[in-house]
Design a protein around this ligand. Structure first.
Ligand SMILES: [Zn+2]
Length: 120
């Protein structure tokens, strides 16, 4: 289950940037070629963040489609099947330009003290 190691990596970065504050929301971009199962990643994130400042954070995932660019003519087309065929020149030597993303885009943090004041 590689979602677990991805979740751990995302949480590490999020907590580092939160600098001790509570993480409310984590936005990630995940490429289609990463073959991440969204539900599995969300579950893994909940699991690894339990007991940390990231517990309960909303995980917002954007899936980036797999995209290839022809090395011959520069045309771009979705990478759906192999072998890939260029729509421009019928070449079959693509460079993958999308779909391998795994980026933590943004996090939202809440000031813990402020939160508690609101609760009271
Ligand atoms: Zn081409």
């Amino acid at each position: 289950m590689h979602e677990l190691s991805i979740a751990e990596a995302l949480l590490d970065v999020a907590l580092e940037h939160a600098e001790g504050r509570r993480v409310a929301r984590v936005e990630v971009r995940v490429g289609q070629l990463r073959q991440v199962v969204p539900d599995a990643l969300e579950f893994a994130f909940q699991m690894v963040s339990s007991g940390t400042a990231g517990e309960g954070a909303e995980l917002a995932m954007e899936v980036c489609p797999a995209l290839a660019r022809c090395r011959e003519c520069g045309s771009e087309a979705p990478l759906r099947s192999f072998p890939w065929r260029c729509p421009g020149c019928d070449g079959s030597w693509p460079e993958v330009v999308g779909g391998e993303e795994l980026e933590l885009q943004a996090i939202e943090v809440t000031d813990e003290e402020l939160d508690m004041e609101v609760v009271r």
